[in-house]
Design a protein around this ligand. Structure first.
Ligand code: IMP
Ligand code: MG
Length: 172
C-alpha cells in the first residue's frame, strides 16, 4: 500500500487555529468540556485544546467499531464512558472523521440525555457523500472525497495513526 498526502501538516495546523478562534468567539464565558472520541481524535483534541484560549475540561470516550453491516442498526457500544458529569456543561464532541454519521448521530443524542447546557460537534474530516444518518457538525476541518484516509490519528488496522499529515491509503 502507498501513502499519498491529502492534507499537509501545515494545512491541518492552520485550520485548527481557525476553528479554535471560531470556538473562542462562539462560546460564552465558562468552561468548555471537550469530549474526545478515542483513539482517532487524540491528536486533534491535543492540538485543538491547546489552540483555544479558554478554560477546558478534557475527557475521553471509547466506543466499539462494529463491522459496517452491523452499524446499520445505529447502535454504538460504549467501551469506556466519560469520568466527568456533563450536567449544565457546554460540551464539544471532538471526533476524527464523520463517515456514515452513525457514530456521531448516536453519541450526540446520548450526551444530550445527560443534561448538558449545549452539545456541539467538531470533526477534523467529513466525508459528506457517505452520510446515512444526519450529523449537525458545528466545526468541520476539511470535507474530503470518499477515499480511505490514515494519519493524524486515523488508522488502518491500528497502523499510521502517528503520521503528521492526512494521507490516502492506496494500492501500489
Ligand atoms: P461513522 O459512524 O460511519 O461516521 O464512522 C466514523 C468512524 O469510522 C470514525 O471515527 C473512524 O474511526 C472510522 N472511519 C471512517 N472513515 C475512515 C477513514 O477513511 N479512515 C480511517 N477511519 C475511518
Ligand atoms: Mg473513530
Amino acid at each position: 500500500m502507498a501513502l499519498r498526502t491529502l492534507i499537509s501538516e501545515e494545512r491541518i495546523q492552520t485550520r485548527i487555529r481557525e476553528i479554535a478562534a471560531q470556538i473562542d468567539t462562539d462560546y460564552p464565558e465558562g468552561t468548555l468540556y471537550l469530549v474526545c472520541i478515542l483513539k482517532g481524535a487524540c491528536f486533534f483534541l491535543a492540538d485543538l485544546a491547546r489552540a483555544v484560549r479558554r478554560d477546558t475540561y478534557l475527557d475521553f470516550m471509547s466506543i466499539s467499531s462494529y463491522g459496517k453491516e452491523k452499524t446499520s442498526s445505529g447502535e454504538v457500544k460504549i467501551i469506556k464512558d466519560l469520568d466527568i458529569s456533563l450536567e449544565g456543561a457546554d460540551v464539544l464532541i471532538v471526533e476524527d472523521i464523520i463517515d456514515t454519521g452513525i457514530t456521531l448521530n448516536y453519541l450526540t443524542a446520548l450526551l444530550k440525555t445527560r443534561r448538558p447546557k449545549s452539545v456541539r460537534v467538531a470533526a477534523l474530516l467529513d466525508k459528506t457523500s457517505r452520510r446515512v444518518r444526519p450529523v449537525d457538525a458545528a466545526y468541520v476541518g476539511f470535507e474530503i472525497p470518499d477515499e480511505f484516509v490514515v494519519g493524524y490519528g486515523l488508522d488502518f488496522a491500528e497502523k499510521y495513526r502517528n503520521l503528521r499529515e492526512v494521507c490516502v491509503l492506496e494500492p501500489e
